[in-house]
Write a protein that binds this ligand. Structure first.
Ligand code: 5GP
Ligand code: MG
Length: 185
């Protein structure tokens, strides 16, 4: 896997330092409240796990699954695979957590879905923010890092289902896109 990476954008150490700082902000925002961290699968599971372990106040966890990317690097139509139970949404203060805010379609759709189903409040927290690609007006309430318009993998983010388990964030070598797309064609 490592040999497929062209360059590293965020090392494991930088990632954990960044998460520590955001966890402190989130802690202050929710102190004294009943609240639920809703992690968007699969991409945000690694980020959410590191984030919640740095938040020293009570919280609940729930999960939603959505996918829009398929095998490639272009945003497609969003499919919601599953949502939390009704009682984990209705009347809840939700922090919706994703790996990356790109066009904004995923976060926008899921935020509205949770509000439609009776959530009291939905805030957003993303590991990476790619504002140059935004199609919908949506800014994250909390974010760890901003990235340029470049396709990145690792720390939960995949290409064709792979590389989620890299402990850092990096950009793939151009030849890798061609190789994997060729394998799957
Ligand atoms: P959006 O709906 O904001 O366009 O896209 C959000 C989803 O697209 C993310 O949850 C992620 O799965 C995928 N995505 C967007 N940009 C990247 C990227 O640079 N790398 C990877 N691996 N996935 C991305
Ligand atoms: Mg994804």
């Amino acid at each position: 896997m490592h040999q497929d990476i062209d360059h590293v954008l965020f090392s494991e150490e930088a990632i954990l330092d960044g998460i520590e700082a955001v966890a402190a902000e989130v802690t202050e925002a929710y102190r004294g409240q009943e609240w639920t961290v809703v992690s968007i699968l699969k991409g945000s599971c690694i980020f959410a796990s590191d984030l919640v372990r740095r938040i020293p106040i009570p919280l609940q966890m729930a999960f939603v699954a959505a996918h829009s990317y398929g095998k490639g690097t272009q945003s497609g139509e969003l499919h919601v695979d599953f949502l939390p139970n009704g009682d984990e949404i209705e009347g809840c203060n939700i922090l919706l957590v994703d790996d990356i805010l790109d066009t904004g379609r995923t976060m926008h759709a899921l935020k509205n879905e949770l509000l439609d189903r009776g959530a009291t409040q939905v805030k957003t927290c993303v590991f990476l923010d790619k504002p140059s690609r935004r199609e919908l007006h949506l800014e994250p309430d909390f974010r760890v890092f901003e990235v340029q318009n470049e396709f990145v993998v690792g720390y939960g983010l995949d290409f064709a289902g792979r590389y989620r388990n890299l402990p850092y964030v990096g950009a793939l070598k151009p030849a890798v896109f061609e190789r994997i797309e060729g394998e799957e064609a």
